[in-house]
Design a protein around this ligand. Structure first.
Ligand SMILES: NC(=O)c1ccc[n+]([C@@H]2O[C@H](COP(=O)([O-])OP(=O)(O)OC[C@H]3O[C@@H](n4cnc5c(N)ncnc54)[C@H](OP(=O)(O)O)[C@@H]3O)[C@@H](O)[C@H]2O)c1
Ligand SMILES: [Zn+2]
Length: 319
């Protein structure tokens, strides 16, 4: 049970050239076989076809699962699945190894508990395929096994194993504010998916998307903070935990969203802030980076008025 990634890459995260591996390293292929033999291996269609053209058949001695959007794609001796949710389901019963390529690694990285990384000391000039950026503070190096180059293996290698330091938790129930939110979060937790990644936000979030750009989705918050006259949530489409993972052009795109909101809601004022990362620190219920955009009522002498309070983290009670 669980999800691991196995990949060979260099210091620049290169994994492929022209739909093939950038290197010939029999020692690494042997290591790959040793780790994955008898297990379930999941690969994208392009990687499967690259394996097929190398060895003429699926990987022997393993349950081969191919991810393909193409609905009627069939291969003898392999299982074909059409969405990532099916892989998550498989990982509830099998030890699943994600074996590439770039597109599948990118989807899989937030869900993996173990990374088997063969670090290859090679410079690759014509690379066209990369492993996604790893946020190393989330991972602990538990094993390494350096290998020197030899007559059959032209580059030094290091077989490294990283384990996730904390179990994957996309959601924080302690910070949920309403029973509806808790009910929905329970369903999402059972499905094992990140509720703010584009596909799943569109699937689970009950309110409609009001504005969409290449990188962001805007909707009304399903549980607005008490007293807000307007409470929007602006969610980054790709999985990102830290603001540094968000593409620079996505920050520029926020200007389009702010202009749209100012006009649509005839705003004279408002506040916004981003929650990101470990929810223990932020008071958020989801760790995927997102922006809260809100407006309360105006200050007045009304004795019933109170300041709008928002949890942004924790402090000692005495301060
Ligand atoms: N260095 C390494 O360890 C390593 C390991 C593996 C691969 N590679 C390299 O990686 C490269 C291939 O990577 P790639 O990114 O081009 O292709 P890929 O990830 O192998 O396959 C992409 C294809 O898989 C299907 N797919 C991916 N995600 C899906 C999802 N969530 N739901 C349904 N179908 C999905 C789609 O097929 P359709 O849309 O066509 O149906 C998509 O076009 C090659 O150069 C290969 O040699 C390197
Ligand atoms: Zn996400």
């Amino acid at each position: 049970m669980g999800l691991s990634i196995i990949v060979a890459t260099n210091k620049d995260n290169v994994i492929g050239v022209k739909n093939d591996l950038p290197w010939e390293l029999p020692k690494d292929l042997k290591y790959f076989s040793k780790i994955t033999k008898g297990q379930t291996v999941v690969m994208g269609k392009t990687t499967f076809e690259s394996i097929q053209s190398r060895i003429g058949k699926p990987l022997p001695g393993r349950k081969n699962v191919i991810l393909a959007f193409e609905k009627d794609y069939k291969v003898e001796g392999c299982e074909v699945v059409n969405d990532w949710e099916s892989v998550i389901d498989l990982a509830k019963t099998d030890d699943v190894f994600i074996i590439g390529g770039a597109m599948v690694y990118k989807t899989a990285l937030p869900y993996a508990n173990t990374l088997y990384i063969t670090e290859v000391s090679a410079e690759i000039k014509n690379a066209d395929c990369w492993f996604p950026k790893i946020n190393y503070p989330e991972w602990e190096l538990t094993q390494e096994d350096p290998q020197s180059k030899d007559e059959n293996n032209p580059y030094d290698m290091n077989f490294k194993v990283y384990k996730r330091k904390k179990p994957i938790e996309f959601l924080d129930f302690e910070h949920a504010r309403t029973p509806e939110q808790i009910a929905l979060m329970k369903k999402i937790e059972k499905d094992g998916l990140c509720p703010f990644c584009e596909k799943y936000f569109k699937k689970y979030h009950p309110n409609k998307i009001l504005k969409e750009t290449s990188n962001w989705m805007v909707s009304e918050n399903m549980s607005p903070y008490a007293g807000t006259k307007l409470h929007l949530i602006i969610v980054y489409k790709e999985h990102a935990i830290m603001p540094g993972e968000i593409k620079p052009e996505a920050y520029a795109e926020l200007s389009e969203i702010f202009k749209w909101a100012e006009k649509k809601y005839k705003l004279k004022a408002g506040s916004f802030f981003m929650r990101f990362g470990d929810t223990c620190y932020t008071g958020g219920s989801v760790n995927h980076a997102h922006i809260q955009f809100l407006l309360g009522s105006a200050k007045s002498d009304d004795a019933n008025k109170d300041k709008l309070k928002v949890k942004l983290g924790y402090k000692k009670k005495s301060i």
